[in-house]
Design a protein around this ligand. Structure first.
Ligand SMILES: [Zn+2]
Ligand SMILES: [Zn+2]
Length: 207
C-alpha cells in the first residue's frame, strides 16, 4: 500500500493567538483543513488523501485496499473457513439437527432465499451441489449491562452519588422476567465449523 502525498499542501500549524512562538497545539491538513494531533497525521490526512491499493487501483477514502480486492479477500477468507469446516450430508444433518434449525449461506440469507438474493456464487462440490452453513440459535437477552446502561442514562444530569443506595435488583428481576417471557426472541447465526452438502444442483433449487 502506498499513499498519495505528492500533490498535498504543507500542513498548517495551529497555535494559540498571541503565542505564535510556542509549539503548535495541533495541525490542520493543508488541503481540506481536517485537524489532527501531529504534523505527519495532518500530511497523511484521511479526510482528503486516498491510498493506492496493492493492485494499483485508487482506494475509497479511508481504505487501504480497493473495493474488488476487499471483496476478493472476503471471499478467500470465507472459502478458507468453508474448506476447514466439517462436511455433513443433508441426511446426516437431518438425523442430528434440532427442531427448526435452518441452513444459511452465511450472509443472513437462509436456505429458502439463498439463490434469490445472494450475489456471491454458492460454494459447490464437483457435481455442482451447493454447501450451506449450519446455524446455531442465539437468544436475545437483557442482562446486567442493560440495567447499568438504563440507570446511567436516567442519572445522566443528576449529581454524582445519585446511584448510591438504589435497589438495582428490581430492574434485574424485571429483565429476568422479560427474558423468560420471550424465549423465542433471538437469531440464527452461521456455525462455521460445519457445512451441509445439499443434495441438488444450485440451478435445480426452487425456493
Ligand atoms: Zn485533508
Ligand atoms: Zn485492489
Amino acid at each position: 500500500m502506498s499513499t498519495r502525498t505528492e500533490t498535498k499542501s504543507a500542513p498548517i500549524p495551529l497555535v494559540r493567538q498571541g503565542m505564535e512562538d510556542t509549539e503548535p497545539v495541533a495541525w490542520a491538513c493543508g488541503d481540506c483543513g481536517t485537524v489532527r494531533q501531529t504534523e505527519p497525521e495532518a500530511l497523511h490526512c484521511y479526510g482528503c488523501t486516498v491510498a493506492i491499493c496493492a493492485c494499483g487501483e485508487t482506494c475509497d477514502r479511508g481504505w487501504t485496499a480497493c473495493r474488488p480486492c476487499r471483496a476478493a479477500e472476503t471471499a478467500t477468507q470465507r472459502r478458507k473457513r468453508a474448506e476447514a469446516a466439517e462436511v455433513l450430508t443433508a441426511e446426516e444433518w437431518h438425523a442430528c439437527r434440532k427442531d427448526m434449525e435452518p441452513l444459511t449461506d452465511g450472509e443472513d440469507y437462509f436456505f429458502d432465499g439463498f439463490f434469490d438474493y445472494s450475489d456471491e456464487p454458492p460454494l459447490v462440490d464437483a457435481q455442482g451441489r451447493p454447501y450451506l452453513w449450519r446455524t446455531t440459535w442465539t437468544p436475545m437477552r437483557l442482562g446486567v449491562a442493560d440495567v447499568e446502561a438504563m440507570l446511567e442514562r436516567a442519572g445522566d444530569e443528576h449529581h454524582e452519588e445519585i446511584g448510591e443506595g438504589l435497589d438495582w435488583s428490581i430492574l434485574t428481576e424485571a429483565c429476568e422476567r422479560w427474558n423468560a417471557a420471550h424465549p423465542t426472541a433471538g437469531s440464527w447465526f452461521p456455525d462455521e465449523t460445519q457445512r451441509v452438502l445439499m443434495p441438488v444442483e444450485a440451478e435445480a433449487v426452487d425456493p
